[in-house]
Design a protein around this ligand. Structure first.
Ligand SMILES: [Zn+2]
Length: 162
């Protein structure tokens, strides 16, 4: 029995590695991602321009989230909508419609056709990090956790304060 559970663990780890390599195959996204310990730069950013990647990494570094995403995926609008549908996620109109988080895989999806400015990117990334920190799909839990992250972003923008 013990051997069996180790085998399962091993297979799960393999699935996770395989997912990391095939990047956006949503079929494998359910592999449980439970890497312990926040490590601010150990996540993957996919599909972003180099400017977008630098920006999102800088913003996450400033926010020092309690739980980091494992991957941040910038996807075109059609793929964003499609992915949300595959995950059976309801993306509220307007509100968080430029990004969403898939909690089991700690993946943040960003609609690269929708986000409008660097400031709004940070604002909504804070919300998604809030979902991860609270480990909750609730919008109010996410916003509560996001408050501190947004404050850190704001402080970092003040001249002379670092
Ligand atoms: Zn949300």
């Amino acid at each position: 029995m013990r051997l069996r559970s180790w085998t399962t663990l091993f297979l799960m780890t393999l699935a996770q590695v395989a997912w990391g390599q095939t990047t956006t195959n949503p079929k494998l996204v359910n592999a449980e991602a439970t890497a312990p310990g926040p490590s601010v730069n150990s996540y993957t950013v996919l599909g972003a321009t180099s400017e977008q990647e630098a920006l999102v990494r800088a913003q996450i570094r400033i926010m020092q989230p309690d739980v980091c995403p494992l991957r941040v995926l910038f996807v075109p609008h059609w793929k964003y909508v499609d992915t949300a549908r595959i995950f059976h996620l309801h993306v509220p109109a307007g509100y968080t419609s430029a990004m969403f988080t898939h909690l089991p895989s700690r993946s943040v999806f960003i609609d690269s056709d929708r986000y409008v400015s660097d400031d709004s990117l940070g604002y909504w990334v804070a919300h998604e990090l809030g979902h991860l920190a609270a480990n909750s799909a609730s919008e109010s839990d996410a916003d509560k956790a996001a408050r501190e992250y947004r404050k850190r972003l704001k402080d970092a923008r003040k001249p002379g304060v670092h």
